[in-house]
Write a protein that binds this ligand. Structure first.
Ligand SMILES: [Zn+2]
Length: 309
């Protein structure tokens, strides 16, 4: 038999994780390093076996859950009734097959970034030249000349923002699309985690969150600069990382069934916004979409045919 990979060895050697504060056993999966004890609310990151670092209460906040299960069912019914291209009988004919409230940890890193960039921008112009005909009575000839030139362009970018990093890698949540009212945060208290809800462990520590914030904002500035120039020659970005805070946010993970097919919905449990949701189309929606596409193509074809030359 060959040697087991080191990760597996470590897993076998790992004792059950107990809360360093109240000693209660914690649910634990391999690779997880960030825990909140569901009994006492103590939050810590595990550096290595037997070595912990507390996430101080002053650094751990939460958004309160604003909906109980019955209210959440109402939110979902409303969502099913609203919006275009959803089956008309969706709210009546679908059945919720799973509802789970999970409290998900997110790092909020306060960051300032200032960039100066320099590049070149391509400018394309068409010049219209009219040459009168030499023969009387004959129409003038019009030619269009396409001219391209490059101009220098410099700019500055400056942002001071709260950058969001999901503290748990295995979960897919479109954080950039989620509106978070961070201003509504309250200090984390285990009493405010709804009964029966699941506290999600994390696997991204504070240092990693800060590193990812720094590379994230550098890429963001690079993309912004690239939207202003066609050739980016230099970009200098100065990043200043501030405090990182852990924010635990309630999300409802829902699954429903419609005509024997399952569809997922994720709802922000604090705001009630549907973060992600799939819905079957109505019977005639495909015809409508097809019709719109056909109309657009026809308009383009006509426009090209009639375009003055
Ligand atoms: Zn505890």
């Amino acid at each position: 038999m060959g040697e087991a990979p080191p990760v597996q060895k470590r897993a076998l050697g790992l004792k059950l994780v107990n809360c360093p504060h109240c000693n209660a056993p914690l649910d634990y999966s391999l690779g997880e390093t960030l825990f909140t004890c569901k009994y006492c609310g103590y939050t810590f990151s595990m550096i290595k076996e037997g070595e912990y670092k507390e996430i101080a209460p002053g650094k751990h906040f939460m958004l309160a859950s604003s909906f109980n299960e019955a209210e959440m069912r109402e939110v979902i019914s409303d969502w099913m009734r609203k919006g275009i291209f959803k089956a008309g009988d969706l709210a009546e004919k679908s059945k919720i097959t799973r509802m789970e409230l999970r409290f998900v940890p997110i790092w909020i890193v306060n960051v300032s970034a200032d960039s100066t960039f320099h590049g070149k921008k391509r400018i394309v112009e068409t010049e219209r030249r009219t040459r009168p005909s030499s023969k009387p009575g004959e129409a003038a000839t019009v030619t269009r000349i396409r001219k391209e030139r490059w101009v220098d362009k410099s700019g500055n970018l400056s942002h001071h923002i709260d950058w969001k990093i999901l503290a748990t890698k295995g979960m897919s949540l479109p954080l950039d699309k989620i509106k978070l009212s961070i201003a509504n945060k309250i200090p984390f208290k285990i009493e405010n985690v709804s009964q029966g809800a699941k506290l999600i462990n994390g696997d991204v520590d504070e240092e990693t969150a800060k590193e990812r914030t720094e590379s994230g904002i550098r890429n963001y500035h690079r993309d912004k600069a690239l939207s202003e120039v066609d050739e980016l020659q230099v970009i200098n970005t100065n990043v200043q990382l501030g405090e990182a805070q852990l924010l635990t946010i309630p999300f409802w993970f829902i699954q429903y069934k419609y005509k024997n097919k399952l569809y997922p919905i994720i709802v922000n449990g604090s705001s009630g916004d549907v973060v992600e949701g799939e819905a079957p189309m109505g019977k005639y929606d495909i015809l409508v979409i097809g019709g719109v596409i056909a109309a657009v193509i026809i308009i383009i074809v006509i426009a090209i045919a009639l375009w003055p030359r």
